[in-house]
Structures are given as structure tokens and as C-alpha cells.
Design a protein around this ligand. Structure first.
Ligand SMILES: Cc1cc2nc3c(=O)[nH]c(=O)nc-3n(C[C@H](O)[C@H](O)[C@H](O)COP(=O)(O)OP(=O)(O)OC[C@H]3O[C@@H](n4cnc5c(N)ncnc54)[C@H](O)[C@@H]3O)c2cc1C
Length: 400
């Protein structure tokens, strides 16, 4: 919590759960698109509490999104953290440089090889290497360097430097149902607020302790190609999109070739767990209930997908065609202490010296909301670890 708070500059200022003065500006979405504004009204008439701030512990209700925006532009981690120090003499940023392999001396990471302008270059680390290539590419770089499940590496013909069975396993993602689509009565304005602007958290079953569904309402038709093939989508249409944010399914990723940029097998195992199917069946029903509220009745000319309420069986078939990623992959180099853990509590890769990971791949369990803020928090955590280790190294030098 202190690191989440340190990273942000919330427009209402600091509180028990919010930070102020940090690099990432966070504001409520403004100028809501009619489709996003209707989600709030529809949620309220359905019986959901209004959340003035959706970023609270165990949120349950509807409200405006939190967005990373400063002065009307996206306040990305690059803009917030990197730009202010870009001229610092101890920092060099190489764009268009692709890391292809870690270099190891025994089990110590000594640096890495990267491609720039078609040439392989090497860079040596005097202290340590910190990988932050994300939940897909960080495990790939480990595998390319011989760090991963021995059987998989052997099958690819790669030598195993460190047998770490958890590399590429434990892939978790939220599920987005890109299926519910409605034709609008009047021409819709162009989408804004990053295709959102409002959201609600709700429980798929009242017995749950915390919400497992998170909806968004983009002002455009957001439908999978399978749904579009079954239901012709008119141009002036929009979606109400259920998301499952407490997903039970666990997948994996594997390299299919030893090429550094070769195809990967990415298997999220969506909908293999009956609990996920049941939650999303409830999500489809809830989406149609929301579309039936007065706020949307004023906007909707006709239901496009589905065209009517469906039986349980039809709903399952529908959601299997509508199932998609929420773009939140995590967990492929999970932190922990068991045999599948890849990093320890200090982000150090187990069995390797001088190598840490600081990105979404270390999350052992996917958070129950969007993953960018937790990824930034992990960056803050890594930064604190480095400051501490540097101070510790300085203190161990005898003073004259
Ligand atoms: C389309 C999309 C929309 C999203 N929307 C939201 C949202 O609205 N809210 C939210 O909270 N989250 C959102 N997310 C998720 C969020 O962006 C991620 O969870 C977060 O960026 C993860 O951070 P990371 O540092 O782990 O990885 P990344 O942000 O992916 O950073 C990894 C970096 O490493 C670089 N890289 C990878 N491989 C190499 C290599 N071999 N050599 C050199 N560089 C390399 C990549 O180019 C990238 O810059 C979205 C994601 C996507 C894809």
C-alpha cells in the first residue's frame, strides 16, 4: 500500500488508500461518452451503489474510471518516471534495441546480448541485471538463456543452465467477453476516455465475499471475430462488456522454436474451470439486465448480439465465442517459495546470482482489477530494494 500510494498523484489528494504528489497523475474520467454515462445510470437503477472513487478496497458499485491522465494526455510510466531523468549521466536509454539473451558465467548473470541495427551487441552489468520485459517476453528471455523447465529446454535443444520449472507457467489473465452488442438509436460520438470512462464491480453470485465481475461500456462495437461472423454488426453500435477479474483458470507459455523472436505457444486455458464459465454466464445475464435499464433503453435501437435472451446452453456457446483477453497477462515468473516459484521475495531469480525481475510476470496471483498500477508498484518495490542494497553495500565498506 505505501508503494501504490507513492506512485500516484490522485486528484483528490492523499487519504488512507490514495497517494498524492507521486509521478503518475490519476484523475476521474471526464466528459463521459453517452454509452459510458448510461452505464452509471443503468447500474444505479439496477441497484448498485455509486462509487465516487472505484479504487477502494473491495469496491462494489458503479462509478467513473480512474485514468492516468495529466493535462489531458496519458500519464504513462515513461512520461511519469523516465522523461524527468532522461538527461541524467548515469542513465542510457537505447530504443529499438532488442534483448535476445542473458549472458551467464556459471549461475551468475553478467549482462545481456541485444540486437541493434541488425548487429548483436553485449552489455556487462557491474552489479546486477533487472529484467522488465513483461509477462510474455521476460519468461521468453529466461528460456532463451537456459533458465526454465529442463524438459521444455531439452525438447528445444537448449542447454539448461538452471532448471526452474515455473518459468512460463502460471499464466493468468482476466477474461473479457467481447460479445454483447447493441445498435444505437442515434449516431454516437467518437469514443473517448480510452474506450471506457465508467465501470462497475459486481458479484456473479451473492454468496461471494467480493465482486468477481468488472464491466466496461465502450462506445464502439467491441466483439470477437466469431461473434461478428454470427451476428452482422452495424456501424452505429456499441458494447457492454463483462470482464471476469477473479479467474480460476491457469495457463502457460512455451517457446516453439529457439529463435529469439519465434512464435510462442500462449495457452491461457480460458474457460477450462467450470467456476469461470458459471461466473461469465451470470455476467452475460447481468449485461442484458443492464442493457434493459431505462438509461440504455433510450440509447438502444435493437439488440444485435444476442438478439434475445438465451437459454443456459445458448449462453455458454455464446460466451465461448465471445471470450477474449483483457490484456492483463501476469504470473509467468511468479514470486514465491515453492518449487514453481521463479523469484524470491526480493525479486531475485532463484538459483541465479545478479538477476532480478520487476514486471507483471512476478505476480503470483492476478489482482482483481487492471494490472498497470500493480506493475508500477512492482517497479517502486524494485527501486526500494536497490536503494537498500546499495546502502547496505556502502555500509559494509570499512570507514577510515
Ligand atoms: C492493449 C492493452 C490495453 C491495456 N489497458 C490497460 C488499462 O486500461 N489499465 C491497466 O491497468 N492496464 C492495462 N493494460 C495492462 C498493462 O498495460 C500491463 O499490465 C502493464 O503494462 C504490465 O507492465 P510490465 O512492465 O509488466 O510490461 P510492459 O508494460 O509490457 O513492459 C515491457 C516492456 O519491455 C519491452 N520488451 C519486451 N521484450 C523486449 C526485449 N526482448 N528487448 C527489449 N525490450 C523488450 C516492451 O517493448 C515493453 O516496453 C493493457 C494492456 C494492453 C496490451
Amino acid at each position: 500500500m505505501p508503494l501504490f500510494k507513492k506512485s500516484e498523484d490522485w486528484e483528490d489528494g492523499a487519504s488512507e488508500f490514495r497517494g498524492a504528489g507521486g509521478p503518475i497523475r490519476v484523475e476521474r474520467a471526464r466528459n463521459l461518452h453517452p454509452v459510458a454515462a448510461a452505464l452509471i445510470d443503468a447500474g444505479r437503477s439496477y441497484g448498485m451503489p455509486y462509487l465516487d472513487d472505484v479504487n477502494v478496497p473491495a469496491p462494489e458499485g458503479v462509478g467513473p474510471d480512474n485514468l492516468n491522465v495529466r493535462d489531458g494526455a496519458r500519464c504513462s510510466p515513461s512520461r511519469a518516471y523516465l522523461r524527468p531523468v532522461i538527461g541524467h549521466q548515469s542513465l542510457m536509454v537505447l530504443t529499438e534495441a532488442l534483448a535476445v539473451k542473458l549472458t551467464l558465467s556459471g549461475t551468475r548473470c553478467t549482462g545481456l546480448d541485444f540486437l541493434l541495427d541488425g548487429q548483436v551487441h553485449s552489455v556487462r552489468a557491474s552489479r546486477e541485471v533487472i529484467l522488465c520485459a513483461g509477462a510474455i517476453h521476460t519468461p521468453r528471455l529466461l528460456l532463451l538463456s537456459g533458465i526454465g523447465p529442463q524438459a521444455d529446454l531439452h525438447q528445444l535443444g537448449l542447454d539448461t543452465v538452471i532448471d526452474l520449472p515455473g518459468v512460463g507457467r502460471n499464466l493468468q489473465d482476466h477474461i473479457l467477453l467481447t460479445g454483447l452488442c447493441f445498435e444505437a438509436k442515434r449516431p454516437l460520438p467518437p469514443p473517448n476516455n480510452n474506450l471506457g470512462g465508467s465501470t462497475f464491480f459486481w458479484k456473479s453470485r451473492s454468496e461471494l465475499g467480493v465482486p468477481d465481475l468488472k464491466f466496461v461500456a465502450p462506445g464502439v462495437p467491441l466483439v470477437s471475430s466469431e461473434i461478428a461472423a454470427q451476428y452482422p454488426i452495424p456501424p452505429n453500435a456499441f458494447s457492454i462488456v463483462p470482464g471476469l477479474v477473479r479467474v480460476q483458470s491457469r495457463g502457460y507459455l512455451r517457446m516453439k522454436t529457439t529463435q529469439h523472436d519465434g512464435p510462442l505457444e500462449i495457452q491461457p486455458h480460458f474457460l477450462t474451470e467450470q467456476a469461470d464459465v458459471d461466473a461469465l454466464v451470470a455476467g452475460v445475464e447481468l449485461g442484458l439486465d443492464i442493457a434493459s435499464q431505462p438509461a440504455y433503453r433510450d440509447l438502444i435501437k435493437r439488440w444485435v448480439a444476442p438478439t434475445r435472451r438465451m437459454s443456459q446452453e445458448e449462453t455458454v456457446a455464446f460466451l465461448r465465442r465471445a471470450c477474449s483477453t483483457y490484456f492483463h497477462p501476469v504470473g509467468t515468473c511468479a514470486m514465491g517459495s515453492g518449487s514453481e516459484a521463479v523469484v524470491d521475495a526480493e525479486l531475485l531469480v532463484r538459483g541465479v546470482q545478479g538477476l532480478r525481475i520487476a514486471d507483471a510476470s512476478v505476480m503470483p496471483t492476478i489482482p482483481s482489477a487492471n494490472t498497470q498500477a500493480p506493475a508500477v508498484m512492482i517497479g517502486e518495490f524494485a527501486s526500494r530494494l536497490l536503494v537498500h542494497s546499495r546502502l547496505a553495500a556502502r555500509e559494509s565498506v570499512p570507514r577510515s
